[in-house]
Design a protein around this ligand. Structure first.
Ligand SMILES: Cc1cc2nc3c(=O)[nH]c(=O)nc-3n(C[C@H](O)[C@H](O)[C@H](O)COP(=O)(O)OP(=O)(O)OC[C@H]3O[C@@H](n4cnc5c(N)ncnc54)[C@H](O)[C@@H]3O)c2cc1C
Length: 330
C-alpha cells in the first residue's frame, strides 16, 4: 500500500507482524473474476443450485415475521418462490433482505459515494494506492489483465455542489490531486464510470427467525481500508460453520443463530472500529496532515496499520507495547 496526501507519500509493504504474514502478499483482481471463481468453487463442492438471472423481490414471512423463503423474478417477468429452512441475505449494500426486515440504518456522517472505473496504461508497481484529498480520496489497485482499478470516494455533498456530470467531476478531481494525476498521466479510461452510494449502513440485527444477513447486507462502512471482501467471506464461513454445527433442523430461530453474531463480532468489530476511527481522523484536514507527517516519519507504524487493514493480523495481535515502541524507534 502507498498512501499519498498533504505532500507526503508513505510506502508500506505487507510485512511480517509477530509471525503473521500474508501468504504471497496481497491479491487484487477484477470483481467479475473473483465472483466466477467463487461460484465455480461452490458448484464444485456439490449440493448447490445456481439460478443466474433471478432477482429477489421479497421474503416469504408469516404474520409474526418469521422468514420461510424468498420470492424471485426473472428478466422475462416469470416468478417463483423458494421455501427454505433458513434464508440468507447476502445481497450487498442495498440489501432488500435487510430492508424488508426493517433493520437497515444509514450512518449519516459518512454520507459518501464512490465513482469507479478501470484504466489501462500505468505500470504495475505491485502497490495499491490511496490518495487523500479534500472531502475524499482515490483508491487504486492494479488488478488482473493489466488494468488499474480506480475508485474516487467523496462526500456526496461535494458532487452535488460541484454541479458537474459524474465523469467531469471525476476528471476534475484527478486534476486536483497531484499524486493521482501523476499516476494517471497518459492512461486510458477503458470503462464507463459507475457510481455506488450512499456507502455507509449498519443494521440493528443480523439474525432473525428463519434468516440471517451476511457481508455488506449486514452493514458496511467505507472502502478505505479495503476489507469488505474479507468481512463478507469470513461472515459466510462463520455462518456456514455454525449452521453445520446446528445440524439439519426444520427451522432455525434467531436464538439458534446468535452464536454467528457473536463470532462475527469477535472477528470484525475491532477492525470496523479501527476503520471508523481512521476515517473520523481523516475528515479533519489538519489531523489528516498530522497523520500523514507522522506515518511518513515512522513507516514501520504504517506497516502495522497496513497489516491490520490487510486482515492477516488481528487488533489484539497489535496490543503489545513493545511492538509499537519498536515501530516508533525504527
Ligand atoms: C468503490 C468500492 C471499492 C471497494 N474496494 C474494495 C477492496 O479493494 N477490497 C475489499 O475487500 N472490498 C472493497 N470494497 C467493498 C466490497 O466490494 C464489499 O464489501 C463486498 O463486495 C461485499 O460483498 P457482498 O457479497 O456482501 O456484497 P456484493 O459484493 O455487493 O454482492 C451482493 C450480490 O447480491 C446481488 N443482489 C443484490 N440485490 C439482489 C436481488 N434483489 N436479487 C438478486 N441478487 C441481488 C448483487 O448483484 C451482488 O452480486 C469496495 C467497495 C466499493 C464501493
Amino acid at each position: 500500500m502507498t498512501l499519498h496526501g498533504h505532500r507526503y507519500a508513505v510506502r508500506a509493504p505487507f510485512t511480517s507482524v509477530r509471525g503473521s504474514s500474508p501468504p504471497g502478499g496481497g491479491l487484487a483482481l477484477r470483481r467479475e473474476v473473483l465472483d466466477s471463481v467463487l461460484v465455480d468453487a461452490a458448484l464444485a463442492a456439490g449440493r448447490v443450485e445456481w439460478h443466474p438471472g433471478w432477482a429477489l423481490t421479497g421474503l416469504v414471512q408469516d404474520g409474526a415475521g418469521k422468514v420461510y423463503g424468498a420470492s424471485l423474478r426473472d428478466r422475462q417477468g416469470a416468478t417463483r418462490t423458494i421455501l427454505a429452512r433458513v434464508t440468507i441475505g447476502a445481497d450487498g449494500i442495498r440489501s432488500m433482505v435487510a430492508q424488508s426486515l426493517g433493520v437497515r440504518e444509514r450512518i449519516d456522517w459518512l454520507d459518501k459515494l464512490a465513482l469507479t472505473t478501470r484504466m489501462r496504461g500505468p505500470k504495475d508497481t505491485g502497490f495499491s494506492q490511496v490518495h487523500l484529498m479534500e472531502r475524499g480520496y482515490f483508491a487504486a489497485s492494479f488488478v488482473d489483465d493489466g488494468l488499474l482499478s480506480v475508485n474516487l470516494v467523496v462526500d456526496r455533498g461535494a458532487l452535488r455542489e460541484g454541479r458537474l456530470s459524474a465523469q467531469s467531476f471525476f476528471e476534475t478531481s484527478v486534476r486536483a490531486c497531484p499524486s493521482m494525476r501523476t499516476v494517471l498521466a497518459g492512461a486510458t479510461q477503458v470503462e464507463r464510470l459507475r457510481g455506488v452510494g450512499p456507502l455507509a449502513f449498519r443494521t440493528s440485527r443480523q439474525v432473525f427467525d428463519g434468516a440471517a444477513l451476511v457481508g455488506d447486507a449486514g452493514g458496511y462502512i467505507d472502502p478505505l481500508t479495503g476489507e469488505g471482501i474479507y468481512f463478507a467471506l469470513v461472515g459466510a464461513k462463520l455462518l456456514a460453520n455454525h449452521l453445520g454445527e446446528l445440524g439439519l433442523r426444520p427451522t432455525y430461530s434467531s436464538a439458534d443463530l446468535q452464536a454467528y453474531v457473536r463470532d462475527l463480532g469477535l472477528e470484525i468489530r475491532g477492525r470496523s472500529r479501527c476503520s471508523l476511527t481512521l476515517q473520523q481522523g481523516l475528515r479533519s484536514p489538519k489531523l489528516a496532515r498530522l497523520i500523514m507527517a507522522f506515518l511518513a516519519a515512522r513507516p514501520r507504524v504504517a506497516e502495522l496499520l497496513v497489516a491490520l487493514s490487510g486482515d492477516y493480523v488481528r487488533p489484539r495481535d497489535l496490543a503489545h507495547a513493545g511492538l509499537w515502541i519498536g515501530a516508533l524507534r525504527a
